[in-house]
Design a protein around this ligand. Structure first.
Ligand code: SAH
Length: 196
């Protein structure tokens, strides 16, 4: 039981798509996350017009908040439904584009141009496709990644960060004996060793 049993657990992309279809999206926060407000200064560090990345973005309303503050948002999400709901719920017009570097992927981009959401797996991205970022909002992302993919995820994230970027990570502390995840329990010691 416990963390041991979570280690081998895999949530497939099909399972995620199904959650969106069924509306099993208890992770979505209609009102946005209070910790982003609390740590906004840490993320921005006095800078404006940042490029901010939302890994495993779902339809996180924080993308709209930060875009409204003048930042450029890039997100990635396997569920096209999630991305379409995002644009619809904020009444944002958008267009769909192919992503030549990634077969089968799409990019949904707000007509105003400052929100660009990739519909594909995060593992399909690289800095040559999406560039590098000044800030990352990782809420429900590292903790949703399958435990066997954590190292790969973090290594990729590091390649997507500019030198002076800030990375806000929300992790949840809970009794991993009572819940098999996601979110998975990622102990603080593991977060430290993953990011080095
Ligand atoms: N960050 C969002 C969503 C968290 S839930 C929020 O704060 O609300 C995790 C999301 O990751 C789900 O929407 C799921 O569809 C998506 N996802 C899971 N695996 C993925 C992958 N490999 N690449 C991109 N998105 C993925």
């Amino acid at each position: 039981a416990g963390v041991g049993s979570q280690k081998d657990r895999v949530v497939t992309q099909e399972e995620w798509l199904r959650k969106w279809e069924l509306g099993n999206i208890g992770f979505h926060k209609e009102q946005g996350h209070p910790l982003l407000q609390k740590y906004l200064d840490v993320l921005l560090n006095g800078r404006s017009g940042l490029r901010i990345f939302f890994p495993l973005c779902g339809k996180a309303v924080e993308m709209k908040w930060l875009a409204d503050m003048g930042h450029s948002i890039v997100g990635v999400e396997v569920s096209e439904q999630a991305l379409k709901e995002f644009f619809a719920e904020h009444s944002l017009p958008y267009c769909e584009e192919a992503v030549p570097e990634i077969s089968g992927a799409k990019r949904l981009r707000s007509t105003s141009g400052n929100i660009s959401l990739y519909c594909c797996s995060i593992y399909d991205l690289s800095s040559s496709i999406v560039g590098k970022f000044d800030g990352v909002w990782d809420r429900g992302a590292l903790v949703a990644v399958n435990p066997c993919d954590r190292q790969r995820y973090v290594s990729l994230m590091i390649t997507l960060m500019e030198k002076n970027s800030s990375y806000l990570l929300v992790a949840v502390s809970y009794d991993s004996n009572k819940h098999k995840g996601p979110p998975f329990y990622v102990p603080e010691s593991e977060i430290k060793s993953l990011f080095g």
